[in-house]
Design a protein around this ligand. Structure first.
Ligand SMILES: [Fe+2]
Length: 124
């Protein structure tokens, strides 16, 4: 369980502060799958908190990464940390990751970037 604390900048919408958000980690033979909702507590925080309780490799992280409000430098840093520091093997980011985010994650993850959208089936 996370809360709406960081994403997007919330100065104009203080009524959302503290709103709960749920993410999930599913253990598989290939490693864990992390499913984020909208990542308002940041996708990096979700990964860090998950690794505290489930010490399995991260096969895949999906969901909205909520990066629409952020610039290329920030998103590239995040994508590189997810790939390098946390060892995320695949990313099929969705909706509020945004088009710039899709582009940057595709660049950083190469063929381990997967398209994911309405009606898609994930293969991992
Ligand atoms: Fe979002």
């Amino acid at each position: 369980m996370g809360t709406f604390i960081k994403f997007p900048p919330h100065e104009n919408n203080p009524q959302f502060i503290g709103m709960p958000e749920l993410s999930a980690s599913i253990s598989t033979e290939e490693g864990q799958l992390i499913l984020a909702g909208c990542s308002h507590s940041t996708i990096e925080t979700i990964i860090q908190e998950t690794l505290k309780v489930r010490k399995e490799n991260i096969r895949l992280v999906t969901g909205g990464f909520h990066l629409i409000h952020y610039d290329r430098a920030y998103i590239e840093g995040l994508a590189k940390r997810m790939h390098g520091d946390y060892g995320v093997e695949q990313v099929p980011p969705a909706h509020c990751t945004g088009h710039l985010g899709f582009s940057v994650f595709k660049q950083v993850f190469g063929d381990r970037y997967k398209f994911f959208g309405l009606g898609e089936t994930l293969q991992f």
